[in-house]
Write a protein that binds this ligand. Structure first.
Ligand code: CAA
Ligand code: FAD
Length: 380
């Protein structure tokens, strides 16, 4: 066993941290306030090769592994969780299923521009009536000659409106329930494909979350991803990895809040000495640091397993569950350590606390992670 990161992974952390602190952190509060997505940050990530970290060079990527990818998401989220999820949804949710299930032609047409960061990706599974019960979707896709015609809507789509490439799921055979779901690639600009309401949110406010609508949206049959009826399996397998991207986001948020709280505790004086001299504050810091470290190890373990082609679904769900709860608890404690100042927008910890909440909700709520973990335990 090796608990030290390789030189390559350390270099990835250093590069992304420098980029995050120099280019992302200075505008994070303002973008949060204005609920503004900044495409130029994605373009800069493309220049650094971050948009195609785990894909081989022949697919437009840089040929690194999933551990490099989670380190990148963690470092971005340490300063801005909205930018972290932009990359996570782009790589884990939009690019991964094309990498895994796409034909050679689909990889050249769709994965290459995603990997090179010329296009941004999104993933549409959730509907107004089906969130946790993803198989309960209503959107349909009817085969008509060389096309499929899509009707329905998806809600809460990260990168919605901004993305050019959407991996979406629809019923091709409603009678067969989850076995009648098929995956498709839909391009922005396709007639009948439009954007609905943009959500106003508690946190990750500079990550756009939109409704997407299909009204007799006709797409070529060659945009079908995998076989008819394979869609639910594709969605579930995509989420197995995606959940670890959210675990990394949670680790990053928690680390960012911890770093700020530690520095503040050493600096802020009350009763004639730094508050860090109080054992009550020291114990908070000790618990926060321990939980972050445990979350990071779970997350890196899941990425390590995926990089080696070993089963990682259970590990990924455990990482997301533990890291999401950790991010929530650690950011609440960080605000507490800052006292009244932590409750104001003068310091970043209140934003981090608001951002942390989503990590317990999306890519399967933490109740659903427990369900996934328990099913693995019973099956194993
Ligand atoms: N890999 C492969 N196949 C899988 C699988 C997996 N991980 N999980 C399930 N399956 C297969 C099963 O083997 C089963 O196959 P058969 O048809 O051969 O029987 C089939 O799928 C149905 O499985 P279940 O009976 O377990 O399905 P279910 O209806 O009980 O649902 C669930 C399971 C885990 C609750 C699933 O619905 C789920 O993951 N829900 C949460 C949805 C979710 O995470 N949404 C996230 C949206 S994306 C997002 O939020 C974006 C963002 O963060 C940025
Ligand atoms: P519900 O499923 O209605 O759940 C409500 C509550 O009931 C939750 O606490 C849940 O845990 C609990 N619950 C439900 N079923 C069970 C059960 N069987 N056992 C125990 N408890 C249960 N989706 C996408 O497809 N693509 C995206 O890019 C995307 N991005 C998102 C971004 C944001 C900001 C948000 C808020 C959501 C996003 N989602 C996306 C959707 C997200 O995955 C869902 O919101 C999530 O899966 C929960 O579904 P729901 O909101 O319908 O809640």
């Amino acid at each position: 066993m090796e608990f030290r990161l390789s030189e390559e992974h350390e270099m990835m952390r250093k590069m992304v941290r420098e980029f995050a602190e120099k280019e992302v952190a200075p505008t994070a509060a303002e973008r949060d306030e204005k609920e503004e997505f900044d495409r130029s940050l994605f373009d800069k990530m493309a220049e650094l090769g971050l948009t195609g970290i785990p894909w081989p060079e022949e697919e437009g990527g840089v040929g690194a592994d999933y551990l490099s990818y989670v380190i990148a998401v963690e470092e971005l989220s340490r300063v801005d969780a909205s930018v972290g999820v932009t990359l996570s949804a782009h790589i884990s949710l939009a690019s991964w299923p094309i990498h895994k299930f796409g034909t050679a032609e689909q990889k050249q047409r769709f994965l290459r521009p995603l990997a090179e960061g010329k296009k941004l990706g999104a993933f549409g599974l959730t509907e107004p009536g089906s969130g946790s019960d993803a198989a309960g979707m209503r959107t349909t896709a009817v085969r008509d000659g060389d096309s499929y015609v899509l009707n329905g809507s998806k809600i809460f789509i990260t990168n919605g409106g901004e993305a050019e490439i959407y991996v979406v799921f629809a019923l091709t055979d409603p009678e067969k329930k989850h076995r009648g779901i098929t995956a498709f690639i839909v391009e922005k600009g396709t007639p009948g494909f439009s954007f609905g309401k943009k959500e106003q949110k508690l946190g990750i406010r500079s990550s756009p979350t939109l409704e997407i609508l299909f009204d007799n949206c006709r797409i070529p049959a060659e945009n079908r991803l995998g076989e008819e009826g394979e869609g639910f399996k594709i969605a579930m397998m995509t989420l197995d990895g995606g959940r670890n991207g959210i675990a990394a986001q949670a680790v990053g948020i928690a680390q960012g809040a911890f770093d700020a709280a530690l520095a503040y505790a050493k600096e802020r004086e009350q009763f004639g000495k730094p508050i860090a001299a109080q054992q009550a504050i020291q114990f908070k810091l000790a618990d926060m640091a321990t939980r972050i470290e445990a979350s990071r190890l779970l997350t890196y373990q899941a990425a390590w397993l995926e990089s080696r082609g070993l089963p990682y679904g259970k590990a990924s769900a455990m990482a997301k569950l533990f890291a999401g709860d950790t991010a929530m608890d650690v950011t609440i404690e960080a605000v507490q350590i800052f006292g009244g100042y932590g409750y104001t927008r003068e310091y970043p910890v209140e934003r981090m606390m608001r951002d942390a909440k989503i990590t317990q909700i999306y890519e399967g709520t933490n109740e659903i992670q427990r369900l996934v973990i328990a099913r693995h335990l019973l099956k194993d």
